[in-house]
Design a protein around this ligand. Structure first.
Ligand code: ADP
Ligand code: MG
Length: 573
């Protein structure tokens, strides 16, 4: 067994040699007095992606109380909290120690959401931390002394500061895991309460800016539920909490421009995830099966049955198996909805800001001018109720522009200067007083949700001689083999580590489950089961620290946006 002295000797010996000499470290373990350092991968040069390392701290030293990780919710939250601690400590010592990435020490940095990640693991035996290091060099010449300072002096300090329970803020850690546990607990009970979402009184929904997801600092109006929608819940840790319950069924969010409608909807979109204490949305909780759908013109669509919304296209084009390389606003929105339903969505979230107008509404005057036989689209207006009645799928819809929806809504919430009001009764009275005289177009039933079977040859991650070639850019782009998958309209991916995991999950799905027989929902079930049973490491042959858990809907969204995807439909008997 090598120890820290062996590591120092080795690094001194490498000093002044070519960068490739660092490869001697790869696959080795070094026992420090309080932890073990494992070198999983050594970078090829100082400009390449940094080297991948792990630190294993035995619980005899780290001493985290079991109560902090004794349930799945708590474990995920503690791992998230420790990732943040390590991030803070590494940033304090990370710096330039030569050329390129020399001197970099970093861990996957979380945003406002608490996600299951591969950056930190914890059990009764030990804490495992995965991070990266830029091994120091001047040009291509190893700087052994800098490497010693980095790995043998700085790193032990980081471990001590961020991974010894006694050095951490115990109250903050407890709050972190309790907050996440409360949110998970409530999310699992929404259905039983007849709700699709809960927004606690006092929540702060607006963000600092469009590119800064932290809470607004000045002038934020805290959330306050209207009395008629106020619900009281008894959380396991926080105790009694009141807030607005968004009931199942069809809910409209109305209000003037700039009064906070989209901000509320965005909070509901992200309420499928847990948030860190202090975020302002840590008690905004949405049904885990809620999917934001929007128009996305230009996207590809592979044989989706969009006939509930669109039929009789010009030139007799099929809409029971609708394919295109360049969808319009309305056809893309119809496809997005049908794909979400195929993947098992239980709630749809829509915002007029990102919807196609002709998909959402068709008023009486337009009905009079353009006869139904010349309009392929049945607007969402006529399908939103059948969707709930036939399939139990609720909708929350931001709609400031058309009162036609008053007829089909169960609940109408008006945002007035950022404060929600229950205006359901008024909206219903108005619907009586000012009849739209529209002819309903939707028919009796919603229509079929037809599952599809992806064909294995059409999902090909290879490029050139490489069997698997993946590259992820930010949250919204996957280079999958020779193809690009554009996820910029998939709004519930919140971290690049989710996108990285989704890219690998596509490969995993292709290898194990995309067999020309299984349907997309069956494939999603199988992949998610693997993640539940074996964790995110099932997606990679070697330990990676930058993967995060994603939902089945976002995996489906990535598969559906692969431009080579071919499917056949599986009609139920
Ligand atoms: P709408 O969709 O009704 O047009 P938005 O939700 O886009 O309005 O909000 C408009 C602006 O008001 C945004 O800049 C947003 O950050 C801000 N805002 C939203 N909610 C609040 C709030 N509760 N307190 C303060 N500002 C808010
Ligand atoms: Mg808006």
């Amino acid at each position: 067994m090598a120890d820290v002295q062996d590591l120092k000797r080795l690094l001194s010996r490498l000093d002044g040699r070519g960068y490739k000499a660092y490869k001697e470290l790869q696959g080795r373990r070094f026992d420090f007095p309080t932890f073990t350092l494992v070198v999983d991968h050594v970078q090829g040069d100082p400009f390449a992606p940094p080297s991948r390392l792990r630190v294993l701290v035995p619980q005899e030293v780290a001493r985290f109380p079991r109560a902090l990780y004794g349930s799945k919710s708590r474990e995920v939250a503690l791992r998230d909290a420790l990732t943040r601690e390590v991030d803070r400590a590494l940033r304090a010592v990370s710096g330039r120690r030569g050329t390129g990435r020399s001197g970099l020490l970093a861990i996957d940095r979380p945003g406002q959401q608490v996600l299951e990640r591969t950056s930190v693991f914890i059990d009764d035996e030990r804490v495992e931390v995965r991070f990266v290091a830029g091994l120091p060099a001047r040009g291509r010449t190893v700087l052994g002394r800098e490497a010693i300072a980095m790995l043998c002096d700085d790193l032990p300090r980081v471990v001590e500061r961020a991974l010894f329970y006694e050095h951490l803020d115990a109250d903050a850690l407890r709050r972190h895991v309790e907050t996440a546990e409360d949110a998970d607990w409530l999310r699992a009970r929404l259905e039983g309460l007849g709700l699709v979402a809960f927004v606690a009184d006092g929540s702060v929904l607006p963000r600092r800016s469009g590119v800064d997801d932290r809470p607004m600092v000045e002038g934020a109006v805290p959330f306050r539920a209207p009395a008629s929608l106020r619900v009281e819940v008894e959380l396991p840790n926080a105790g009694r909490v009141t807030g607005m319950g968004v009931p199942k069924g069809v809910t409209l969010i109305v209000g003037g421009g700039y009064h906070g409608k989209s901000t509320l909807l965005r909070a509901l979109e992200l309420g499928v995830y847990n948030h860190i204490p202090g975020d302002g949305r840590e008690r905004v909780v949405t049904d885990a099966g809620a999917v934001k759908v929007r128009a996305e013109d230009g996207r590809r669509v592979a044989c989706v049955d969009i006939s509930p919304f669109i039929a009789d296209l010009p030139r007799g084009r099929s809409t029971t198996c609708f394919s295109t390389d360049d969808a319009s606003g309305s056809t893309s929105q119809a496809a997005n909805i049908m794909e979400a339903l195929e993947a098992g969505a239980r709630v749809l979230l829509l915002d007029e800001d990102t919807s196609a107008t002709n998909f959402m509404i068709r008023d009486r005057r337009m009905q009079a001018l353009i006869a139904k036989e010349h309009e392929p689209i049945t607007p969402f207006l006529d399908k939103v109720r059948p969707l709930y009645r036939d399939h139990g799928v609720s909708t929350v819809l931001v709609m400031g522009g058309s009162g036609d929806y008053f007829d089909v809504a169960d609940t109408v919430i008006a945002m007035i200067e950022f404060v929600p009001h229950d205006v359901t009764a008024q909206a219903k009275a108005i619907a009586q007083a000012y009849r739209t005289e529209r002819r309903p177009e939707g028919g009796e039933r919603f229509g079929r949700i037809t599952p599809r079977v992806p064909l294995p040859e059409s999902v090909d991650p290879s490029k050139g001689r490489k069997a698997v070639k993946l590259k992820v850019h930010d949250v919204e782009e996957i280079a999958f083999g020779a193809e690009e998958i554009d996820l910029s309209a998939v709004e519930q991916i919140v971290h690049p580590s989710q996108t990285r995991a989704i890219a690998r999950a596509l490969v995993h799905a292709r290898r194990r489950y995309i067999d020309g027989r299984r349907t997309i929902p069956e494939i999603l079930d199988a992949v998610m089961r693997d993640l539940d049973e074996q964790g995110l490491d099932v997606l990679s042959p070697s330990p990676l620290g930058d993967l995060a858990r994603f939902r089945r809907y976002e995996l489906a969204a990535a598969l559906n946006r692969l431009r080579t995807l071919e499917v056949r439909q599986k009609r139920s008997a």
